[in-house]
Design a protein around this ligand. Structure first.
Ligand SMILES: [Zn+2]
Ligand SMILES: [Zn+2]
Ligand SMILES: [Zn+2]
Length: 271
């Protein structure tokens, strides 16, 4: 049946013959409820099915892009995007997190987020430091991704918790990171005491790299006490030439903590 005398338009659709015109659509979000045409506006972000951890429009199926996020300011929607976008492989999740400031939503993500990556990132934006620290401890104890564990240890502030990881951490690297973190938290005078008194030269070098007090650094740099600040260490390397090959072995090198102090001073002055 044609509409020879003219169509009877209801929005974009003729009520008599079903013809569609590209105007006066009946938009419901991103989709026209009459003809099904999709526009790139007003998507409803969420999870389309349970199989993919990917944030899509629940109506038209579009995968969210960074451009889409630029347009969104609504905090609950940003929360949904951060939750459903794959935190391990997409920038989208972080773009959404970056725009999130709502502490209630961030706390939810930090506690119940689907991946440790997401939980960590949300926790880093929390003003509630007690909750944030709980998440970091959880990551250290239960997460298998060592990069995240490293970041979490770097964020810990409770010395007794860190000391426990230094002692009982699952892996050697974890114990070492905790050891370094404890140094991060030491005061300048404590670091100075380590540099003056410790027999562990590695530890002394680490301590000096954490000094920011220029008076202490200057005191070390200008000291005449070679006994205290010079030390020898055996390192593996090429030690000489044999008949037909270089010889590999241990060689002694001399180090001086005062040199490190001078470098550190120069570095601080350049900042
Ligand atoms: Zn018609
Ligand atoms: Zn339409
Ligand atoms: Zn859509």
């Amino acid at each position: 049946m044609g509409c020879l005398l003219g169509h009877k338009w209801n929005g974009c659709k003729c009520e008599k013959c079903g013809k569609i015109r590209d105007e006066q659509h009946m938009w419901k979000g991103c989709e026209c409820s009459l003809c099904g045409k999709v526009r790139d506006e007003q998507h409803i972000w969420g999870r389309r099915n349970d199989y993919t951890n990917n944030c899509k429009c629940t109506r038209c199926g579009k995968s969210i892009t960074r451009q889409d996020i630029n347009k969104i300011t609504d905090q609950p929607i940003l929360g949904i995007i951060a939750e459903f976008a794959d935190a391990n492989s997409s920038n989208v999740c972080y773009d959404a997190l970056e725009k999130l400031t709502d502490q209630k939503i961030l706390a939810d993500l930090a506690i119940k987020g689907s991946t440790y990556m997401l939980r960590m990132s949300a926790a880093e934006k929390l003003s509630n430091q007690i909750l944030a620290q709980e998440v970091f401890v959880d990551v250290v104890k239960n997460c298998d991704a060592m990069g995240l564990v490293y970041n979490a240890i770097k964020k810990l502030t409770d010395s007794s918790i860190i000391a426990d990881i230094e002692k009982n951490g699952k892996y050697n690297s974890m114990r070492e990171w905790a050891h370094d973190r404890l140094l991060d938290l030491k005061g300048q005078q404590e670091l100075y005491a380590i540099i003056k008194n410790s027999k562990d030269n590695d530890l002394r070098e680490k301590a000096i790299m954490r000094l920011t007090d220029q008076n202490i650094l200057f005191e070390i740099a200008s000291s005449n006490d070679s006994e205290k600040y010079r030390y020898e260490e055996e390192v593996p390397g090429w030690t000489g030439r044999g008949d037909d090959a270089y010889i590999y072995g241990w060689k002694k090198l001399t180090y001086d903590i005062r040199d490190t102090a001078r470098e550190r001073l120069a570095e601080l002055k350049n900042k």
